[in-house]
Design a protein around this ligand. Structure first.
Ligand code: ZN
Length: 158
């Protein structure tokens, strides 16, 4: 059976970016998703899963279908004195974006009296390489489609 729009898909994966593993499922803990209802995954990964059957795959997702292009306007330098508390690399500050929308800025560097903040998603502009072990594909039950999530193993019990 191949992955379709209404499939439930069970898979293990590793996400590789620029030659390093960024994240992935733990051993023996595959992820189970209802296609179209996995907001935690980039749309491009779901798109790449369509049509596949059980097996091992290397799926390449371009930035536009991953975490979006890198927006240089979301990288700003601020005087440390203007921040509400002392910044540390890896920490964050809430602020507003170019159109006034709330955004979380990550501290990516400290240069003398200045802190470099970046509100881009950490993987913005990156090509994502997913190494996927697709273990099971099944058709979603009508009730699962109605609820927008899966039931049973790997899903919600109620
Ligand atoms: Zn339910």
């Amino acid at each position: 059976m191949r992955v379709e729009t209404n499939s439930v898909v069970k898979f293990e994966y590793e996400l590789w970016v620029d030659g390093s593993k960024v994240e992935g499922t733990e051993a023996q803990c595959p992820k189970t998703i209802l296609m179209g209802h996995a907001p935690e995954l980039p749309k491009g990964l779901e798109a790449a899963l369509l049509g596949l059957e059980v097996g091992q795959y290397r799926l390449v997702v371009p930035p536009e279908q991953g975490y979006g292009p890198y927006d240089p306007a979301l990288r700003v330098e601020v005087a440390i004195a203007d921040l509400p508390e002392a910044p540390r690399v890896g920490g964050g500050f809430s602020g507003t974006g170019p159109s006034g929308e709330p955004m979380l800025y990550r501290v990516i560097a400290i240069q003398g009296e200045q802190a470099v903040l970046d509100a881009n998603p950490p993987l913005a502009g990156k090509t994502l390489e997913y190494r996927v072990n697709l273990q099971q594909v099944r058709r979603a039950e009508p009730e699962e489609l109605e609820h927008g999530h899966i039931h049973g193993e790997g899903g919600i019990h109620h």
